[in-house]
Design a protein around this ligand. Sequence first.
Ligand code: PGA
Length: 249
Amino acid sequence: MARKKIIAGNWKMNMTPSEAVELVNTLKPLVANDEVDVVFCVPAIDIIPVVEAVKGSNIQVGAENMYFEEKGAYTGEISPNMLVDAGVKYVVLGHSERREYFGETNADVNKKVLKAFEHGITPIMCCGETLEQREQGVTMDFIRQQVKVGFQNVTADQAKTAVIAYEPIWAIGTGKTATTEQAQEVCQGIRQCIAEIYDEATAEAIRIQYGGSVNAATAPDLFAQADIDGGLVGGAALKPDFGKIVNYK
Ligand code: PGA
């Protein structure tokens, strides 16, 4: 069975609540395409107004982070129940910016992935190498570790519904997209890794996105690759261009 493409915007720390509603209203008609899953991953404070603004459309709402505890004395954090109650269906976990600026480890990401599944939220787990790692030839070793630790104790049935975003750090926000060959090679390697952890059926079902300077010009080739099931889009998700990415065919 063919995997449905999933094209997600990662708004990062952009858009106030009122700007968010305005952006949704601009993008709504441009991203109306039921052939793909369309997800807007937005800042926590924008979730409630965005869930309201996307009502009746094909857009689903995701969060950009989540804590792995249920509740309690964790000032400033957002729990899985809060996200579920607000109408969130997806959560970006382990983005390289969270790892780099907020010290998130593979073990933290794993706890969050398990919590997301426990609450019926689909994780979009990010992985990706630095330029140095690519040049040292350890790209796949590094990513395999991120995936293997990130998926510890995740069942095959859960993994089948998960999304992994391969985002080479050197391609994020730099305008430097990985070549389609580079992106396909790593996404295929990630699928192979999932097959080793679980089985072929799980590897065939899991969706793997590419992310890193995806734009309307690069999306068609990237998304045509056998192991690339869509994209996680930063900068271009804040512009009408996102409509072209969603309608890449
Ligand atoms: P970018 O960001 O598209 O702006 O490179 C992608 C991401 O970090 O998810």
